[in-house]
Design a protein around this ligand. Structure first.
Ligand code: FES
Ligand code: FES
Length: 177
């Protein structure tokens, strides 16, 4: 069965007819030609398909497109303003944290989501009990960033510069308040 849905992606509205079994990832890649979100595992395990879905990071290989009719989606391509990189993208460049084209777009979207979650005071599983009120992007330490980014995998083990990049973006986000 097919149905028409509307997705707003990186500031552009798209009306698209999809099979009701189509995932958001396939709608983006196969129907709309938006290829920065990648299909790594197609099982919700690697994070390479991560985008910001209605402002929150989400893996799109498990999200049915019909459930997100009317959603606002930001991919790694839509994070910056024109030629200007998003502060998280800039931090990845500055810290040489860019990995391959497969996992990097998801890593970057996830990092943006991490900073938003921290700004909203969301704890992670490594957050000290009772510290909820103290959570903010600039307060995220190595363990917090590593835990919060742990849904984004790379098979090459090339993670070494990701935490410093996210920490720098977190610090910049704090300074910008
Ligand atoms: S492709 Fe979605 S989590 Fe791996
Ligand atoms: S999967 Fe991208 S660098 Fe390893």
């Amino acid at each position: 069965m097919e149905t028409e849905i509307r997705l707003r992606v990186d500031g552009q509205t798209h009306e698209v007819t999809v099979d009701t079994r189509t995932t958001v990832l396939d709608a983006l890649r196969e129907r709309l030609g938006i290829t920065s979100p990648k299909k790594g595992c197609d099982h919700g395990q690697c994070g390479s398909c991560t985008v910001l879905l209605d402002g929150r990071r989400a893996t799109t290989c498990f999200a049915l497109a019909v459930s997100y009719d009317g959603a606002e989606i930001t991919t790694a391509e839509g994070l910056g303003e024109g030629d200007e990189l998003h502060p998280v993208q800039q931090a990845f460049v500055d810290h040489d944290a860019l990995q391959c084209g497969y996992c990097t777009p998801g890593q970057v979207c996830s990092a943006v989501g991490v900073l938003r979650e921290a700004a909203q005071g969301w704890p992670s599983v490594v957050t000290e009990v009772g510290a909820e009120g103290d959570i903010s992007p600039e307060a995220l330490d190595h363990d917090e960033i590593a835990e919060r980014m742990s849904g984004n995998l790379c098979r090459c083990g090339a993670y070494v510069n990701i935490v410093p990049a996210v920490a720098a973006a977190a610090e910049a986000a704090g300074a910008g308040r």
